[in-house]
Write a protein that binds this ligand. Structure first.
Ligand code: UDP
Ligand code: MG
Length: 320
């Protein structure tokens, strides 16, 4: 990738079926970035959208030379999309922001101020979330806290991927080969001088969330398995405890049966023990499976996204 060092700010925007928001998002971002009054690029990463996102993004590209569009060959997911955007970026500071205007673009100016004060990472901390369901807020809040309690790295709570990172942090991030990336965790892991700005997470401008439960689970498991062994340790404990309970119940049953002159092998008892044991073994295997699956992903060495084309400088196309 050709590096253009004159660009000061790169703004990475992942897009998956965002035809309803892309134009408004572009307008707001442009206004903010013009106000920053230094050379910038906005990198749209079209994550295999099946609606008219690509067409609309190409139109914007054709009119504005500050826009680049990266097209994936299919939907790879939010984390691969922001990873690709960062790899393509060349700014001295790189900002990642959602397309749906839940992260207000105006906050970028505050992030830039902090960056100019010498911080390498400025993340956006949501101190309020508007227009999201109780379920989403509850599960997100619980997840961030569980993850924090499980890891030794200080991953800030209530923080998404909306953040500004310095080029040197971006370069380190780009050099990390791991596949199932939990980008916000990796940024914390990298270190350097980090700070935050608080903001109110807004309602989605239009359309529905592109993060259904399945994708949320995937992200949660990526976060936990990337940064903690505790679930594996926990599954070991669970096995130990259940083994111990089983032994005690067996002894008690034998003593009781001997005292009353009954047959110790009682059908209901055997079935219930069986179910408990089976449940514990399977859930432990599930946890182990989450890790093994990821080890498998890494060992195959497949890329975590495929770029089909990059469009920049007023619509000029580069097929990859
Ligand atoms: N997104 C993406 N690929 C996906 C899912 C989402 O690029 O597979 C983008 C989406 O277009 C948006 C951002 O990731 O810009 C966050 O998604 P969304 O707003 O739907 O998530 P939520 O805010 O509901 O958690
Ligand atoms: Mg959103």
């Amino acid at each position: 990738m050709q590096q253009n060092r004159n660009i000061v700010y790169s703004v990475v925007v992942p897009l998956y079926n965002e035809e309803l928001v892309i134009e408004e998002s572009y307008k707001r971002l442009k206004k903010v970035m013009d106000a920053a009054s230094e050379a910038y690029e906005i990198i749209f990463v079209n994550d295999g959208s099946s609606d008219r996102t690509r067409e609309k993004a190409e139109n914007i590209c054709g009119e504005d030379e500050n826009i680049k569009l990266v097209n994936f060959s299919r939907n790879f997911g939010h984390q691969p999309a922001i990873t690709a955007g960062m790899r393509v970026s060349s700014g001295e500071a790189v900002v990642v922001i959602d397309a749906d205007l839940q992260d207000p673009p105006e906050v970028i100016l505050k992030m830039i101020e902090k960056w100019k004060d010498g911080y390498d990472v400025v993340y956006g901390k949501r101190f309020q979330r508007k227009g999201e369901s109780f379920f989403k807020k509850f599960t997100a809040g619980a997840f961030y806290r569980i993850l924090k309690s499980m890891t030794s790295i200080d991953i800030p709570v209530d923080t998404g991927d909306f953040r500004l990172i310095d080029r040197r942090v971006c370069d380190v991030l780009n050099s990390l080969p791991e596949k199932n990336r939990y980008v916000r965790g990796l940024v914390s892991w990298i270190g350097y001088r980090q700070t935050y700005v608080e903001f109110v997470r807004q309602e989605r401008f239009a359309g529905d969330t592109k993060y259904p439960l399945k994708k949320m689970f995937k992200l949660a498991f990526d976060g936990i398995t990337s940064f903690s062994y505790k679930p594996l340790i926990f599954s070991g404990y669970l096995g130990g405890i259940s083994f111990f309970i089983g032994i005690i119940m067996l002894i008690v049953n034998f003593i009781k049966a001997a005292a009353n002159g009954l047959n110790p092998v009682n059908f209901q008892f055997v079935i219930s023990i069986d179910l408990i044991m089976f449940g514990i073994v399977l859930s432990c295997m599930g946890i182990i499976g989450q890790y093994i699956g990821r080890i498998f992903d890494e060992s195959r060495g497949r890329p975590n996204y495929i770029i089909e084309s990059i469009i920049g400088k007023r619509g000029e196309q580069k097929k990859i």
